[in-house]
Write a protein of this length. Structure first.
Length: 256
């Protein structure tokens, strides 16, 4: 949407230009929090009742962003390093999914010290995919087995908020806090790393990103756990996929 460079600049300069950076980033942070809270209940329900259609919708959103990335490497020629970067990151995503199996992994969130540390580290990993252009943070969380549990716990918080059940909100908030801190820390660190890579190895970096994105649809579909879908599920799923492609593709053509 034409805001990536400005956001990365704001993150990288948040210490030097604190007020300016915060003023720029705050609306996006508020929008993200509202979006996650508002959609968590819906997405949780969709994955329960329509796993294939929902997964294909996600895949469409991912595929729609590929043309934008391909423009970044257009007319850059060919080098072996480009192919190696693409193949390595493509194989990395597929390999991670194969290690997890078709059903993926099941994670039970708790307030144990081990889980708190793990959630912090997962937050850092998730933040990396949020900073890397075109890569799906949801897909990475799916591979790690944390997507559904985190969506479930956010959904519980939203439901509890409607019922004014602050005990549930506080308990779930404590579980989510290390993940949120990990995301924040990771964004600051990874933003600097991505800026460095783009400055020094721009084309190689973009080919690696394209490898990640190209592998994402396969990983999402493999982790959906769908078996013997009905024809209606496939048809609706294809429509959702096409709609996702259209949304991301046209958003990618907009200028901020």
């Amino acid at each position: 949407m034409g805001i990536y460079d400005k956001m990365i600049y704001a993150v990288n300069n948040i210490r030097k230009q604190f007020k300016k950076s915060v003023n720029y980033l705050l609306p996006y942070v508020i929008g993200a929090v509202i979006g996650i809270a508002a959609l968590s209940v819906i997405i949780e329900r969709l994955f329960e009742t329509r796993p294939l259609e929902t997964s294909l919708g996600f895949i469409g959103l991912i595929i729609g962003g590929i043309p934008v990335l391909l423009k970044k490497v257009k007319n850059k020629g060919f080098k072996a390093s480009y192919a190696i970067s693409f193949i390595f990151f493509f194989a990395l995503i597929i390999g991670l999914q194969l290690l997890q199996g078709n059903e993926g992994v099941t994670v039970v969130l708790s307030r144990s010290p081990k889980m708190m540390i793990l959630l912090f580290l997962v937050g850092i990993i998730a933040s990396a995919t949020m900073v890397i252009p075109g890569v799906s943070g949801s897909m990475i969380l799916m591979l790690l087995g944390f997507y559904q549990p985190i969506i479930d716990i956010v959904s519980q918080c939203v439901t509890a908020l409607k019922d004014f059940d602050f005990v549930v909100i506080i308990n779930n908030g404590i579980i989510l806090l290390p993940f949120a801190i990990g995301v924040l820390v990771g964004i600051i660190i990874i933003a600097k790393l991505i800026t460095f890579l783009f400055e020094r190895y721009e084309t190689v970096t973009f080919y690696g990103i394209i490898g990640l994105v190209a592998a994402s649809p396969f990983a999402v579909l493999m982790s959906s756990g769908v078996r013997s879908p009905k024809a209606s599920n496939i048809i609706i799923g294809i429509i959702a996929c096409v709609a996702g492609i259209a949304v991301t593709y046209f958003l990618g053509g907009e200028e901020a």
